[in-house]
Write a protein that binds this ligand. Sequence first.
Ligand code: HEC
Length: 164
Amino acid sequence: MNPKEEHEKRYRRIAQWSVVIALGLAVTMIGIPASKMRSNNRGRMIERGAGLYAENCAKCHGDKAQGQDAANPQGGKQPDGSYVAPALNEAGAAWYRTNRQLYDSVAKGSLDQNSTMKGFGEKLTENDITSILVFVQSLWPADLMKQHNAAAVDQPRTGEGFNF
Ligand code: HEC
């Protein structure tokens, strides 16, 4: 074989392998359905959110989001003016809020300046806060999540009821 033929042969081999590799990749990607990729992504967010929750929120809202006072899961203002941290799981009223209200509560804190619920907007990124909320919502039973989604229009906070 002269050098030119040798060269062409090597080129052909590279081209053939490229096709094999490209086909292999395509088959692998088709093998992972989009829904699975989404749920993996959600799984990662929940995991990250759980860690951030434990670091930043558990000391007031409880390690299982059960709230500060088992007898008073909806927390809120006490007769002495202090606030009890409400449950963020199904026992509280958080599922009743819209996603925007929840986000703003965490990012900006209570509408009452005297509340111990301060905003985390300086400390946590948008992605951190969203991950924490995805984690919190993963604790809600499916029927509550459905009710939350049905009512969750993008309403801002009104300050009615509690400060949210
Ligand atoms: C120092 C205690 C404290 C820490 C830390 C804290 N919270 Fe709170 N949180 C409260 C209190 C107290 C309230 C109720 C305050 C009020 O009514 O003004 C509250 C209210 C909330 C509400 C509104 C609940 C509802 O029913 O609408 C959400 C959501 C919330 N906190 C999420 C978080 C998240 C997420 C974190 C961590 C990033 C966090 N909180 C950290 C004390 C705390």
